[in-house]
Design a protein around this ligand. Structure first.
Ligand code: S3P
Length: 440
């Protein structure tokens, strides 16, 4: 593997090493936002210093939150004291740039809608082409005044007038943790009880973190409710490692002939572990041990061993809980025997890239047998992958998934424009070298 903006990968053998993947991206965004609303200082450990999460931290700073950096690495702060504002944010002096992050933009929209000042959220070209109607609709239903001013309808930049909000009972048409979180955060600023009903279970980090901060939530069959006017009680957080980052190494080890790869301190929240279930179903050998339950977020170690993988079907209510891992699971499908069916995953088309298109294109370029569907793909495993010259379309997960695919291809694989990896996994390249350096 080489330099910053493109990666060159050569086939490698079995992997025998131990890694600690960086902090969870979803939890880091929420830590910056919820600690920034709390009634005092909160010490946050293992914050993810990725571009996306640094943008959310900058956004909170531009809203009046102050931070002391206790520890930093070469990418940014990893241990931070976030001084909460007791729900009193201040007017930002500039437009808030969320970069590439849909989570940052949608969650921040939830808190900006109910302020008594104007603000604007923008992002890069990818983010400004992703659908924001899904948060605009419920926020408008709460009385928010916001305009999507992007070139594409319903897209950022988003301009907020800032209004007092009324509660809503919102039934989400799409299973989205970001939409659920935006509505719950807006509900904190509304007068009365706001509730959100989800069509399928989505990651519940917002609910867990709000509870950690002493916020009372109500639970109904498929829904969560929140009473406005509560202030988060300052507390400290330890962020576990990101299972979505760990997934690349799990597949690298499991698809190999001879490997034993240990991943320490990985978040094992049950709304995020569907990727483990799928890999186990595919015949992977992965040992799990929960070592901590701190902050309402279970975490532990994973040890992945080489195993022959078999195709499987991934569809239905499983999809929202492994949506970010589908690119690497599709690579696993191409390396498996038998057929992998991925269905009900049309949401992939509105991620950082159209991940159905970009995965299919790259798998085909590597010689895999794959058919595209509106809502997924079918991969007939077993065809030997060949090295190829690939683009990652500015999408971090495509770049990392195909770096792993390159380890199993004949010849050299190169991937262009890989700087986007820094949005979620700074240090990926170093970890890749470590894994390959352990190759036997
Ligand atoms: C996220 C939720 C998911 C996921 C995204 C992070 C979150 O999106 O794809 O990377 O932190 O809430 P949905 O909102 O579509 O569930």
């Amino acid at each position: 593997m080489n330099s910053s903006h493109s990666l060159t990968i050569h086939p490698a053998g079995g992997f025998f090493t131990e890694l600690t993947v960086p902090g969870d991206k979803s939890i880091s965004h929420r830590a910056a936002i919820i600690a920034g609303l709390a009634n005092g200082p909160c010490r946050v450990r293992n914050y993810l210093p990725s571009e996306d999460c640094l943008n959310t931290l900058r956004a909170m700073k531009s809203l009046g939150v102050t931070c002391d950096y206790i520890d930093t690495n070469q990418y940014g702060p990893t241990e931070i004291i976030i001084h909460g504002t007791s729900m009193s944010l201040s007017s930002p002096s500039t437009v808030i740039d969320c970069g590439n992050s849909g989570t940052g933009m949608r969650l921040l929209a939830g808190i900006l809608a109910g302020q008594n000042f104007e603000s604007t959220l923008t992002g890069d070209a990818s983010l400004c082409s992703r659908p924001m109607g899904r948060i605009i609709k419920p926020l408008e239903g709460m009385g928010a005044h916001l305009k999507a001013t992007g070139d594409k309808e319903g897209c950022a930049p988003l301009i907020f007038q800032g209004r007092a909000l009324a509660p809503i009972r919102y039934v989400m048409p799409v299973a989205s943790a970001q939409v659920k979180s935006a509505v719950l955060l807006a509900g904190l600023f509304a007068h009365g009880t706001t509730s959100v009903e989800q069509p399928a279970i989505t990651r519940d980090h917002t609910e867990r973190m709000l509870t950690d901060f002493g916020i009372q939530l109500g639970y109904e069959e498929n829904g969560i409710s929140i009473e406005g006017g509560q202030t988060p009680e300052a507390c400290n957080l330890d962020i576990p490692g990101d299972i979505s980052s760990a997934a690349f190494w799990l597949v690298a080890a499991a698809a190999n002939k001879n490997s034993s790869l240990t991943l320490r301190g990985v978040g094992l929240n049950p709304t995020r572990t569907a990727v483990l279930k799928v890999l186990l179903r595919m015949g992977a050998q992965i040992d799990q041990s929960v070592t901590t339950e701190g902050n309402g977020e279970p975490a532990g170690d994973l040890v992945a061993h080489a195993s022959g993988l078999q195709g499987t079907e991934i569809s239905g209510s499983e999809i929202p809980n492994l949506i970010d891992e589908i690119p690497i699971l599709a690579v696993a499908g191409a390396l498996a025997q038998g057929t992998m069916h991925i269905r009900d995953a049309a949401e992939l088309r509105v991620k950082e890239s159209d991940r159905i298109r970009t995965v299919v294109d790259n798998l085909q370029a590597m010689g895999a047998n794959v058919t595209e569907h509106d809502d997924g793909m079918t991969i007939k495993g077993g065809a030997k992958l060949r090295g190829a010259n690939l683009d990652c379309f500015g999408d971090h997960r495509i770049a990392m998934a195909f770096s792993v695919a390159g380890l199993f291809a004949d010849g050299e694989t190169s991937i262009r424009n890989t700087e986007c990896i820094a949005t979620s996994y700074p240090g990926f390249e170093d970890d890749f070298s470590k894994v390959c350096g352990s190759s036997r």
